[in-house]
Design a protein around this ligand. Sequence first.
Ligand SMILES: [Zn+2]
Length: 214
Amino acid sequence: MKKCPQLTEEFLRELVMRGMSGAAIAREVGCTAETVNNRRREFGIGYTDFTFEELFWINVDKNGPTPGHCLELGKCWIWTKGKDSYGYGLVTTPHLNVRQAKASRVSWIIHFGDPGNKRVLHKCDNPSCINPNHLFLGTQLDNMRDCSNKNRMSSRTGSNNGRSTVDESFVRQVRCEYIPRSTTNGLNALVKKYDIPYGTLQKIITRETWSHVS
Ligand SMILES: [Zn+2]
């Protein structure tokens, strides 16, 4: 059997995981499709061996930009495959009972479970980002408010309405620091850190209150 020295098990596994056919791999490494298939058999790599998550993560670049308005968030994880016209990553999947899902939503499901009827929104304002720590749950209404506020179309409530004990800069800060289910930056930790009632903080994070603050 003719060997192709470039085609190590690890490299072949990665090319197959990227969805390349035997013929495409053969072109890539400069050998015949037959050699590729022999190698595949030798290493026991089938075309359906990969889990949904393995196939998902191969399309993610974890070395994206750090959001300028909140450096504490760290780097964005950029979805490198198909995107919609707004820049949201799209995943084609039979696994979620839908034909196509937003990559940010799939990332949330992988890390935290089903968000139900809530929408997965971005703290980093980068629609192609799927870093779970940059995502938060909100309603469609929050999303619309978020958009309209980013366009400076509305600003009605907040620290100038006379009944707030927190201000807009605190709201921005605490949303920026919040990381879902984190022991150091989760709800409980931030409640302790800022000595604020749990329910109050939860509503700020989920944008039930202060939804006009972007
Ligand atoms: Zn991000």
